[in-house]
Design a protein around this ligand. Structure first.
Ligand SMILES: Cc1ncc(C[n+]2csc(CCOP(=O)(O)OP(=O)(O)O)c2C)c(N)n1
Length: 375
């Protein structure tokens, strides 16, 4: 395996000292090493992968240096527009190094949302004209590949990608973790909300642990999953799925269970919710200030005021809570309020180690929800 230190030190030999991206579970160890060892102005955890490409482009414009953009392959879609219309050699021709975690690599078992993206990961690079290497797990071979990538970027000015499989980097545990002294865990908060909402309400939950915790709550309480849409992929889009349902089904309350990382990723969605004003939509952001599902790297979730942003976007009522009593009080008071409502719940990072995964397929999930919505 490759030591994260070795990887970062090798990049440093080529003057690569600027990092930006969205963290990934396969890149967890190297992302954690970067978070701990690179000063914050040189490691920007971006709102989304497209933003990261643009940040690295700006860095190059200002310094002539090569930035490194890390992402899960799920983020390729977000990155393609700026890769094709900003950094590409037929447009501004801006060099950078991509580090892409390869979830769903064909032949390796992975969750359904990663299977399609895994199949098209290298094909997308090919069609974009981006040269790549699948990083070898042997440090000596990897060293040659990293040098090949950086020599190529320096000589041609073109983007080059290093594609990273599972278990490529040695273990490294994040030291500079966000301070979280909040009394509730995300799972406790999800349980409290799921217990309190109207029995016929629909929940659209976001990517990662939030959907997994909701699924387990239903399973442990012998409840069916038909009211929940678990957005296992498409990070950042759960609120717009909820909006799409809410506008058509105004006889039901629609809840969106969101994360701070996901909310930030496509924050423009808040403005659309605020302008459409669905009175049956309740948007709940479980804010732990981190991309908890992929290793706990920080977001700016604790530095911004999500209820104020929602209010400014046109949400009718907004709340922020951090204790179970505050949460229960708000949950009972919102029953007679009109939406759109934003409820931010401040929670601690972390999840149960034995947390399961949805056992229904995405298609089964969709069919059950559609049947339920049209009953
Ligand atoms: C476009 C995209 N980029 C990155 C990922 C990888 N990913 C999955 S969950 C997650 C973190 C989500 O963070 P947040 O919304 O704050 O929820 P938390 O995990 O903290 O509960 C990330 C980065 C992804 N699935 N899709």
């Amino acid at each position: 395996m490759i030591s994260p230190k070795f990887f970062i030190d090798t990049l440093a030999e080529y003057g690569v000292d600027f990092f930006t991206g969205v963290p990934d579970s396969l890149l967890k160890n190297v992302c954690a090493y970067i978070t701990d060892h690179i000063e914050p102005h040189h490691n920007i955890i971006a709102a989304n992968e497209g933003g990261a490409i643009a940040l690295a482009a700006g860095y190059h414009l200002a310094t002539k240096k090569i930035g490194c953009v890390y992402m899960q392959n799920s983020g390729q879609g977000n990155a393609i527009n700026p890769l094709a219309s900003l950094t590409d050699c037929e447009v501004y021709h801006i060099p950078l190094l991509l580090l892409i975690g390869w979830r769903g690599r064909p032949g390796i078992h992975d969750e359904p949302q990663h299977v399609k993206q895994g199949k098209i990961t290298t094909g997308l690079l090919n069609i974009m004209g981006i040269n790549y290497e699948v990083l070898n797990k042997d440090e000596a071979i990897a060293s040659k590949q990293i040098r090949k990538a950086l020599n190529s970027i320096q000589e041609t000015g073109n983007v080059f990608a290093l594609v990273v499989e599972k278990d490529t980097f040695d273990a490294y545990t994040l030291q500079n973790s966000v301070l979280d002294t909040f009394p509730m865990t995300r799972e406790e908060a999800i349980k409290a909300v799921a217990q309190s909402i109207e029995p016929e309400a629909v929940v659209v939950s976001t990517t990662g642990m939030i959907s997994r915790e909701l699924f387990e709550y239903r399973a442990n309480n012998s409840q069916s999953h038909e009211r929940d849409f678990l957005t296992v992929g498409s990070m950042g889009h759960a609120s717009q799925i909820a909006l799409g349902i809410a506008l058509q089904k105004n006889d039901r309350r629609i809840y969106c269970f969101d994360g701070d990382g996901a909310t930030l990723m496509h924050m423009g969605g808040l403005a659309i919710i605020g302008s459409m004003k669905p009175d049956n939509l309740i948007h709940i952001v479980f804010n732990n200030g981190a991309h908890d599902s992929v290793g706990g790297q920080p977001t700016v979730g604790m530095q911004i005021n999500i209820p104020d942003i929602a209010k400014a976007c046109g949400y009718k009522t907004t709340f922020r809570v951090s204790t179970i009593d505050e949460l229960n009080n708000v949950l009972s008071s919102i029953k007679c309020l009109h939406g759109p409502i934003m409820l931010e719940v401040l929670v601690r990072k972390g999840n149960r180690k034995d947390l399961g995964r949805p056992t229904t397929t995405p298609i089964e999930n969709k069919m059950a929800l559609m049947q339920y919505l049209n009953k």
